[in-house]
Design a protein around this ligand. Structure first.
Ligand code: SAM
Length: 214
């Protein structure tokens, strides 16, 4: 994602503490307390400008959502969207997805969404891919038993790499689409990247994978 420096972003994220979780450690093991209603919690890692997470929260009021994004100059756009929509079941967190075990206990999360994650095509950058083994270990540590990851991308290389990574980890491949927009899948909520790439004719890949409890 191309970044425009926004020196005011940090202050704005702090100002809107009703939408941006300021002290995530405080909710570890008790995330229901961060929302109006205590209900299942789904997170998107690398939420970008927040179109997907706010769309999901609007469509599913009985689920709580958190959009997690590393870049404050990007997540501040998701904050604007959230302010406009004023959804009680959606929050944002400006943290690194690699560190989520600091903020969530086993069972805190019911589902992880990864959408159009940065592909990091060079082999020496493999560890940065959000579907690399060390990230899967973090997701497994915070999800409910038999929790799921739902993953979409336009990048065939990253998709194939991720299917292998999930499979080597021992996960169950529950659903795979090699052309989401020409499949029978219903209820798809588009991300910003999905709109951009599909409008240029790119194919969208999607899968649902599940951790298998021993
Ligand atoms: N999901 C959005 C979409 O589909 O439109 C944004 C996709 S963008 C290519 C990937 C986003 O993931 C970027 O905004 C980047 O800052 C964020 N990101 C990358 N690594 C991350 C990490 N370790 N933790 C949190 N966010 C991360």
């Amino acid at each position: 994602m191309r970044l425009r420096h926004k020196p005011w972003a940090k202050d704005k994220l702090q100002e809107y503490s009703n939408y941006v979780i300021q002290d995530p450690e405080a909710f570890r093991g008790n995330w229901g307390a961060a929302f109006e209603k205590s209900q299942p919690l789904h997170i998107e890692i690398g939420t970008g400008k927040g179109q997907f997470i706010t769309g999901m929260a609007k469509a599913n009021p009985d689920i709580n959502y958190i959009g997690i994004e590393l870049q404050e100059s990007v997540i501040v756009s998701a904050l604007d969207r959230l302010i406009d929509s004023d959804l009680p079941n959606c929050k944002l967190m400006n943290v690194n997805g690699a560190e989520l075990a600091k903020y969530f206990k086993s069972g805190d999360i019911h589902r992880v969404y990864l959408n159009f994650s940065d592909p990091w095509p060079k082999t020496r950058h493999e560890k940065r891919r959000l579907t690399f083994k060390s990230f899967l270990e973090v997701y497994e540590a915070i999800l409910v038993k038999n929790g799921e990851i739902h993953f979409k991308t336009d990048n065939q290389g990253l998709f194939e790499y991720s299917l292998v990574s999930f499979s080597h980890y021992g996960m169950l491949l529950k659903y795979v689409s090699l052309d989401l927009h020409n499949s029978e899948y219903e209820g798809n909520i588009m991300t910003e990247y999905e709109e951009k790439f599909s409008s240029r004719g790119s194919r969208i890949y999607r899968c649902e994978v599940q951790f298998i409890a021993e």
